[in-house]
Design a protein around this ligand. Structure first.
Ligand code: NAD
Length: 315
């Protein structure tokens, strides 16, 4: 099959692209290599994908509709995996307009291009953050989700709504995947595990927000890729799936695991809780198990070891 992977030079996108290519598919990546984090890291990710062979790149901004029209005029796609986004909760509070442009207008542009080109299959990267201040855990796809607490979460909620609209109006096969904190080799440098590892390894202090009791459902990248591949194979109409590990880890426990894998103690600086941060994320993955055969296998202990192995490799 011919895939468009938006954000294919990013953390999750590069792993998904590699996997699609290894499975014999053709992949076109659209990525603008913006400086949310160092573009050199994205080039490095892309080089990994290119090493597999058979990938084509369009360096373009999904917000630029004319540029997207040119991509769709030049290429033929059977399916779109839409991962390009401004990610991250805290920066979205500082730059809400940028997040809205990329995550809402950018998604709309792709849906319009897909509709016009007659592309039937669309997979959208949503986020556990859409659950906001959900009072019930674990989070289930049927929970009401109208209490997002960051612009980022609100844009992902809007993305899901747009996907539903395009499914309803144009019969496109739409899958929205709510990823729960993804980690592993090539993880974004702004995310806790990578950021902490870097600081601890350098003997620098890490900032711990709150008392360290916030809990996250950390999901290893290989499990996420398996979940996405199951969506690629299936046909669902319109469905939302949680892709998490269904296990929560406290922040202070996470720091302990990174310390152990690195063989170094962290210097911890306590900071107040941050607005927009959710106290807990916890995925109920029973729907994904039932409909996708999703079965997250990597325990946090093993996953952190694999991450640190990658982190310490000579580059
Ligand atoms: N990593 C996680 O824990 C996590 C959790 C929930 C949801 N998600 C979602 O999964 C997707 C991938 O996340 P990631 O962690 O790989 O992030 P990432 O930042 O590593 O990857 C996103 C890629 O999209 C590209 N991009 C951003 N804006 C663009 C634009 N306007 N035009 C073209 N390309 C653009 C970036 O350059 C980057 O390479 C995102 O949609 C994110 O919101 C990630």
């Amino acid at each position: 099959m011919n895939f468009l992977v938006t954000g294919g030079a990013g953390f999750i996108g590069s792993h998904v692209s590699e996997r699609l290519l290894r499975d014999g598919h053709r992949v076109v990546i659209v990525d603008d290599f913006n400086d949310f984090y160092a573009p050199a890291i994205k080039q490095h990710n892309l080089a990994r994908v290119q090493a597999v062979g058979g990938v084509r790149l369009h360096r373009a901004d999904i917000v630029d509709k004319a540029a997207m029209d040119r991509v769709f005029a030049a290429e033929k796609f059977d399916a779109i995996i839409h991962l390009a986004a401004r990610a991250g909760v805290r920066p979205s509070i500082e730059q809400p307009l940028l997040y809205t442009q990329t995550n809402v207008t950018g998604t709309m542009n792709l849906l319009e291009c897909a509709r016009a080109a007659g592309i039937r299959k669309f997979i959208f990267a949503s986020s556990s953050s859409v659950y906001g201040i959900n009072s019930k855990i674990p989070f289930s796809e049927s929970d009401p989700i109208f209490k997002p607490i960051s612009p980022y979460a609100a844009t992902k909620l809007a993305g899901e709504a747009l996907c539903h609209t395009y499914h309803h109006l144009h019969g496109m096969d739409m899958t929205c995947l709510r990823f729960f904190t993804v980690y592993g080799p090539a993880q974004r440098p702004d995310l806790a595990i990578h950021k902490f590892a870097k600081l601890i390894a350098a003997g620098k202090p890490i900032e711990m927000y709150g008392d360290g009791s916030t809990r996250r459902d950390y999901t290893f990248i290989d499990d996420i890729v398996e979940g996405i591949m199951a969506c690629v194979r299936g046909k669902f109409g319109y469905e939302i799936f949680n892709l998490g590990n269904s296990n929560t880890v406290e922040l202070r426990q996470l720091v302990g695991l990174i310390e152990r894998a690195l063989g170094r103690k962290a210097v911890i600086e306590r900071r107040p809780e941050q607005p927009g941060d959710m106290p807990v994320t916890f995925a109920d993955v029973s729907k994904a198990r039932r409909m996708l055969g999703y079965d997250p296998k990597t325990k946090i202990e093993q996953g952190i070891e694999k991450f640190v192995e990658w982190f310490q490799r000579p580059s």
